[in-house]
Design a binder for this molecule. Sequence first.
Ligand SMILES: Cc1cc2nc3c(=O)[nH]c(=O)nc-3n(C[C@H](O)[C@H](O)[C@H](O)COP(=O)(O)OP(=O)(O)OC[C@H]3O[C@@H](n4cnc5c(N)ncnc54)[C@H](O)[C@@H]3O)c2cc1C
Length: 298
Amino acid sequence: MDQLLTELEKQKIEWETDCPLSQHSTFRIGGRARLALFPDTREKLVGVLRMLQDAGIPVLVVGRGSNVVFSDGGYDGAVILTDKCRAVRVCGERIYADAGVLLSKLANEAREASLSGVEFAHGIPGTLGGAIYMNAGAYGGSMDAVCVATECYDLDSGRICTFRGAQQAFGYRTSVFEQRGRYVILGAELALKVGDPSRISAQMRDYWERRKASQPLEFPSAGSVFKRPEGHFAGKLIEDCGLKGLTVGGAQVSEKHAGFIINRGSATCEDVKRLVEQIQAVVLERTGVALECEIRFL
Ligand SMILES: Cc1cc2nc3c(=O)[nH]c(=O)nc-3n(C[C@H](O)[C@H](O)[C@H](O)COP(=O)(O)OP(=O)(O)OC[C@H]3O[C@@H](n4cnc5c(N)ncnc54)[C@H](O)[C@@H]3O)c2cc1C
C-alpha cells in the first residue's frame, strides 16, 4: 500500500485513506473505504486502474454516488470517484465528454452550443458515466437516444475499447456496462441536434420546476428506488398501498413522492434494505406486482 501511495503522489493523483463514503453519496449513507481516489483526467483514471490491478487491490468505480447505497461496513478496497474527470469538447453536433462530467454541466454546455437532446438530463444529479451505465432517463428522454459511442477500460484484459451504437446494449435502466460489470466507462460521444437556445433553456427550466414540485429534493436520497413496473408507476402503487411515511430507523418512504426513500438524518444501509423489503412484500401481496430495485446496493 505504501508503495502505491508514493506512486499516486508522484503522479499527482489525489487520494484519501479511510474515506467516509457517506460523503460521496447523495443518500449520505455508507461506511469507510480503505482508499478513495480522485483522478482528474482520463489518462490518470486509466493509470490508477492499472496500478490498483497490479497491486491486487479490489476496485469499485462510482461517479456522483446518486444511484447507490454504500454498505454500512464500507469497502475493503479502493473506490475511484470519477467526478473530477470532467473534460467536455463540442464539435459540430457532437459532444465528447469524460465520464465524470456532471449531467447538469453537460446540458448547460449543450445549450450554450445551441444543441438539443440532453435537456432531460439537466436535473439528474449524476455523472455521464453513471448515466450511461444506468441508461438514465427522464421526461421521455434517455441516454440511449444520444450516446453513439462509449470508451471503456476493460478490467479483464486491461485494454481500452469502444462500444458503438447497438453494441452498448441499452435497455430500460441497463446497458452492456451494467450487464457485464467489467468495464469502466472513460468517456463518450453524444450526437445532438441543432436547436433554439431559448427553447432549450425553457425546456430545462420546465423539467427542473417539475422535479422541484414532485421530488423530495430537500432530503438526501438516491432518487427513485424502484424501476417502473410494466403498466404501472412504482410510486403510485406504493402510495395506493398506504405506505407513504413508512419508516425503518432513519429511512422513510417520502411523503412527497412515494417512489423515493429519504434519509431523515441517521439512516443506514440496513435501514434502507429493510424498508425496501417491506415495501416489496406489501406491494406484491396487495397488487401482485413485484417491484425491482433501481438503486444499487454496493
Ligand atoms: C434526487 C434524484 C433524482 C434522480 N432522478 C433521476 C432521473 O430522473 N432519472 C434517472 O435515470 N435517474 C435519476 N436519479 C438517479 C441517478 O442520479 C442516475 O442514475 C445517475 O445517472 C447516476 O449517476 P452517478 O454518477 O451518480 O452514478 P453512481 O450512483 O455513482 O453509480 C451508479 C452505478 O454506475 C456505476 N458507475 C458509475 N460511473 C461509472 C463509470 N465511469 N464506469 C463504470 N461504472 C460506473 C457504479 O458502479 C454504480 O453501479 C436521481 C437521483 C437523485 C438523488
